[in-house]
Design a protein around this ligand. Structure first.
Ligand SMILES: Nc1ncnc2c1ncn2[C@@H]1O[C@H](COP(=O)(O)OP(=O)(O)OP(=O)(O)O)[C@@H](O)[C@H]1O
Ligand SMILES: O=c1ccn([C@@H]2O[C@H](COP(=O)(O)O)[C@@H](O)[C@H]2O)c(=O)[nH]1
Length: 238
């Protein structure tokens, strides 16, 4: 059997994708399908750490946060990712995956705090680690948290699983003429202001020489194809 292309990955799961076709929150069938995709690659022996977004519940820059103090709104966004992480870990448990949620902000009664050596130990034991609360700091995003945690755990790649199937010349949801890149350098993505990820996340991955693969979590089997090194999504590289 062909071996996976990676041994340890950081999977950034879109919070917004958790809504499925709903307007808000977590769609049960959608989270179960995402977890089934994760279970499939975990069976291949790949060490998986997950950063989950919060856009299905709250974003600090959302219209609903207008007029709020930005840092307060961002803390609400981070708490939203904790809720998603709890739901994700529970859905994993129901599908036979052992997961541990680690939070970047202290809420010990709910989840354990992020401690790097402990996270590495869990990964070596074959557990899925779900990093919650982003970086723990306002004015950042969970994409930057993915770049940060991916670097800390020496992941070979950051897999950004989102609602579109790669990086486009413009937002494909707004511009029907946008075309998809097979690969693109970090410098080009930053210079062209491509909004699929924020510039801080791109810059951190570039500096750490940590490649990113952007692909669709909505497309069945895409995660496994990426893990197997097959042609899927867009590679962002140095
Ligand atoms: N150049 C581009 N190529 C691809 N997608 C783009 C581009 N510019 C903007 N986008 C948009 O970026 C979105 C992905 O980033 P975004 O941070 O909004 O969502 P996410 O990370 O999937 O969700 P969450 O923040 O909830 O985790 C895509 O759904 C797409 O509409
Ligand atoms: O490090 C971080 C990560 C996130 N936030 C806030 O949470 C929301 C949700 O995260 P998304 O990446 O948009 O899914 C984000 O809009 C921020 O408000 C943060 O402050 N710091």
């Amino acid at each position: 059997m062909t071996k996976p292309a990676y041994q340890r990955v950081l999977l950034k799961l879109s919070g917004e994708a958790l809504m499925g076709d709903d307007q808000f929150g977590i769609n049960r069938a959608t989270i179960e399908r995402m977890v089934a995709d994760v279970a499939e690659v975990q069976k291949l022996g790949v060490e998986l750490a997950v950063v989950i977004g919060g856009g299905n519940i709250f974003r600090g820059v959302a219209p609903g946060a207008q007029g709020m103090d930005r840092a307060t709104a961002d803390y609400m966004g981070m708490l939203a990712t904790v809720m998603n992480a709890l739901a994700l870990a529970d859905a994993m448990r129901q599908q036979g995956i052992t997961a541990r949620v680690m939070s970047a902000i202290g809420i010990e009664q709910v989840v354990e705090p992020y401690v790097r050596p402990k996270a590495l130990q869990y990964l070596e034991e074959g557990k899925v680690v779900v990093f919650a609360a982003g970086t723990g700091n306002p004015f950042f995003t969970t994409d930057t948290a993915a770049a940060l945690r991916g670097s800390e755990i020496s992941a070979e790649i950051v897999l950004k699983a989102t609602k579109v199937d790669g990086v486009y010349t413009a937002d494909p949801k707004k511009d029907p003429h946008a075309t998809r890149y097979e690969s693109i350098t970090f410098d080009e993505a930053i210079a062209k202001h491509l909004q699929v990820m924020d510039a801080t996340a791109f810059a951190l991955c570039r500096d750490q020489k940590l490649p990113i693969k952007v692909f669709s979590i909505v497309k069945p089997g895409a995660l496994k194809r990426v893990i197997m090194g097959e042609d899927e999504g867009t590679l962002v590289h140095v």
